[in-house]
Design a protein around this ligand. Structure first.
Ligand SMILES: Nc1ncnc2c1ncn2[C@@H]1O[C@H](COP(=O)(O)OP(=O)(O)O)[C@@H](O)[C@H]1O
Length: 281
């Protein structure tokens, strides 16, 4: 099926439109979750997935989005990473951003859309297609801009009890050499009132990373709590927006990666994807 390139009608919106493109309506519904057919549906589609990950700070959006991006061969684009890259670059925006980020507040829609637009442009130049967005959209304005410029197939809303999220954020570490993320928190939340027990082992670094671990400046208890509060205030309309479009998949994480990853693949009907892909190769 021929791909029809449709440049977004609202291409003037902060310059994002020209970076996103989508295929014709015929092939715009590539999500195995929304349309059934499991892995064969994914293999048969005409373009790569265009997915969004929602979820509170610390829920694990980055971890699961990154694993799925490797599995599906699409870029994992985290706006938080784009913000941190900008902060590290000590460019003109850096000081303004650090003040906002270190208070746990959201960067303006205009700045974040510009950063995302630049990232997409660089990817497009390298031949990337499809995406898994992590941390975007965060506001209704961002969701509307995104909706105006491209088709989103699926929005995965990852959930964990609030008590776990602060501990998970405070346990996050990154190796400043290899860039990999780890978590030193031991989570053991006893299930009460019919709620399931949630336990997560720490994700410890290998010995060579141990002395190079850094903690994000905005992962202090005070800032994490501010981020959670802001997330909870802004997320409800976003969830409603995608739910009303039939695109929202709610996913309660049952525990750490070993329990959650297979269950997430099942929910996405990707559990046999790797097998089918290697059989087709
Ligand atoms: N879509 C966005 N809109 C506004 N600000 C954002 C967005 N994405 C990231 N940021 C900024 O970058 C910070 C870090 O983002 P992220 O790594 O996604 O953190 P979190 O752990 O809070 O999900 C946020 O607290 C916010 O200041």
């Amino acid at each position: 099926m021929a791909r029809v390139l449709r440049v977004a009608r609202s291409s003037s919106l902060f310059g994002l439109g020209s970076r996103f493109y989508s295929t014709s309506a015929e092939v715009s519904h590539a999500s195995p979750f929304l349309h059934g057919g499991g892995a064969s549906r994914v293999l048969a589609k005409d373009r790569n997935v265009q997915w969004v990950f929602l979820g509170c700070p610390g829920v694990g959006k980055g971890t699961y989005a990154s694993r799925l991006s490797t599995l599906l061969g699409v870029p994992h684009i985290a706006t938080g990473d784009l913000v941190r890259e900008e902060l590290a670059s000590s460019g003109p925006l850096s000081r303004q951003l650090s003040e906002i980020v270190n208070q746990g507040k959201l960067v303006s829609d205009e700045i974040i859309v510009n950063l995302l637009s630049k990232r997409l442009e660089a990817g497009e130049a390298k031949g990337e297609s499809g995406f898994i967005l992590d941390g975007f959209p965060r506001t209704m304005r961002q969701a509307e801009i995104l909706g105006d410029v491209t088709d989103i197939d699926l929005v995965v809303n990852l959930k964990l009890p609030e008590e776990v999220l602060v501990d998970k954020c405070l346990g996050r570490r990154t190796c400043n050499q290899c860039g990999k993320g780890f978590n030193v928190a031991h989570i053991n939340l006893k299930g009460e009132n019919g709620k399931p027990t949630i336990s997560m082992d720490p994700l410890l670094p290998p010995p060579q990373c141990m002395s190079k671990l850094i903690t994000r400046a905005d992962d202090t208890e005070e800032v994490v709590k501010a981020r959670l509060r802001i997330y909870n205030e802004t997320s409800q309309p976003l969830e409603e927006y995608y739910r009303s479009k039939g695109k929202l998949m709610e996913f309660d994480l049952p525990g750490g990666i070993p329990e959650s990853w297979p269950r997430l693949l099942e929910a996405l009907r990707l559990d046999d994807y790797e097998e089918k892909q290697s059989a087709a190769a």
